[in-house]
Design a protein around this ligand. Structure first.
Ligand code: ASP
Ligand code: MG
Length: 468
């Protein structure tokens, strides 16, 4: 039998008092109590990251002399407190204000070697969120209990992007959440936050609340994880760029992982992978339109080959490595990828020939450290300012016509690298400046269903003529 559904609410769904009330109403409408996972209210984590970057300032937030108070600190003092007052009145305002101040003070006084200090500070966004939602549920007469993610979501001590301990989470989640659910109480848990076995706070990396939701969902054998966000599911293309994006009804697991990884921002890639590994259905839906079904991510997507979406990932760097003539003849690739693994740098696309290999990574990775490390075995060239544009679908290799249409459409763009490792994605690496145009054209041709029969000219390059 399947366990309770998990509902995860993102920052925009908790961005103001009214929306928090809507979320409580939405939970009240569900017959069987779900397990609820929340992100920090929109903008709060960003503010906390800024404060962490500025570093500790003894003198701190309440220092009226002005030394130590920054814009981010002012925002941190104001935003959660105002939200709390509007959601739960004076008492909640005081509780939240105290929580935030205490945490900031602890950060300002932490000893330099204390690795968990930063995560302790970042976690306050979600610590506030669970209190706000609990108060809103109380108001509606819904029985709810805050369950601390530090206890439930056990991780290693990789502070900042800790790795979950799946076995421990299986046990803690079941022990702490199931009794509540069976007694008709809604457990409310912080997303993004975890804890080590010895009780120190960790975080799962930016956007990690989705991962929290799928970790808990898998541990409970949930019927489904519902990711409640501000869009109607996974779209066929970025609405800022394409004219007629559609929301997809169903997406296969593999497509979802490719989409999450290559730029559809609605689902954290790690969360998608975890759901896939546990065959856990995920539904992405909008708190602004809860009556709509959104997108269902399922193990099997029925039907023939089909293109689902065009995604784009910005700020990508291309690394080209050429083995030195003197270098080892065997194991060159092992050496290159071993170096990447040591530096914990994830790779997106790879293309390789006998003597050289090219791959892409996030432009914000430590490119210098990587260059220095690879320099031992290879000549290294780095190019920044690139984007990957990825066509995601099913059976892309099975249906030769697809590739032909895709390549025809891409033919007018200069491409640095092409990669197709699976049946469900085909990626092109282009200059940042070319990305939007290419996404628009691919969406127009492949999804809005118009053919690219003529070479587009001049300013007209976006409006592909020759409708089929
Ligand atoms: N609040 C965290 C962040 O902004 C986690 C999340 O939203 O998923 O990254
Ligand atoms: Mg998110």
């Amino acid at each position: 039998m399947s366990g309770p559904a998990v509902f995860k609410f993102g920052g925009t769904s908790l961005g103001d008092a009214e929306r928090i009330g809507d979320v409580a109403a939405l939970i009240a409408d569900v017959e069987a109590p779900p397990v609820v996972v929340v992100s920090a209210p929109a903008g709060l984590t960003e503010t906390l990251v800024e404060i962490a970057q500025e570093g500790p300032r003894p003198g701190g937030i309440s220092d009226s002399a002005g030394d130590g108070t920054t814009l981010a600190r002012e925002a941190l003092e104001r935003m959660p407190r105002d939200l709390a007052r509007r959601v739960g009145g004076e008492a909640l305002q005081d509780e939240v204000a105290r929580l935030v101040l205490d945490r900031l003070e602890a950060f300002d006084r932490h000893t330099p070697g204390d690795e968990s200090a930063r995560d302790d500070l970042l976690a306050v966004g979600e610590d506030v969120a669970v209190r706000l939602l609990k108060a809103a549920l109380d108001r509606r007469g819904i029985r709810a209990a805050v369950v601390d993610a530090r206890v439930v979501v056990r991780t290693d001590d990789g502070f900042g992007s800790a790795a979950p301990d799946i076995d421990a989470i299986h046990a803690t989640t079941r022990a702490h959440l199931l009794p509540l659910v069976s007694s008709g109480t809604v457990p409310v848990v912080q997303g993004f936050v975890g804890g080590t076995a010895d009780g120190r706070t960790t975080t799962l990396g930016r956007g990690g609340s989705d991962l929290s939701a799928t970790l808990i969902g898998a541990a409970l054998s949930s019927s489904a994880v519902h990711i409640w966000t501000d869009v109607d599911g996974i779209l066929t293309g970025d609405p800022r760029w394409v004219d007629r994006p559609r929301s997809l009804d169903v997406v296969g697991f593999e497509e979802a992982v490719e989409l999450a990884w290559f730029g559809a921002r609605v689902l954290h890639a790690g969360a998608a992978k975890h759901a896939v590994a546990h065959r856990l259905p995920v539904r992405i839906r909008s708190t602004f339109a809860p009556e709509r079904p959104g997108t269902l991510i399922l193990a099997e997507r029925w039907g023939g080959p089909d293109i689902a979406a065009v995604a784009c990932k910005r700020s990508v760097a291309l690394i080209q490595v050429r083995s030195r003539p003197s270098a080892i003849e065997y194991g060159f690739l092992a050496e290159v990828f071993g170096t990447l693994a040591e530096l914990r740098t994830p790779v997106d696309l790879v293309a390789t020939s006998h003597t050289s290999t090219a791959f892409t990574i996030d432009e914000n990775a430590d490119l210098r450290a990587l260059g220095d490390a690879l320099d031992r075995v290879a000549e290294v060239e780095v190019r920044r300012g690139l984007s990957t544009v990825t066509v995601v679908g099913r059976g892309l290799l099975r249906e030769p016509g697809f590739a032909a249409r895709v390549f025809q459409t891409v033919a007018f763009t200069s491409v640095h690298l092409i990669s197709q490792a699976t049946d469900s994605s085909l990626s092109f690496l282009v200059d940042d400046a070319e990305a939007e145009r290419l996404v628009r054209r691919l969406h127009l041709v492949l999804i809005e269903g118009r053919g690219a029969r003529q070479q587009p000219q001049g300013d007209d390059r976006d409006s592909v003529e020759g409708a089929v």
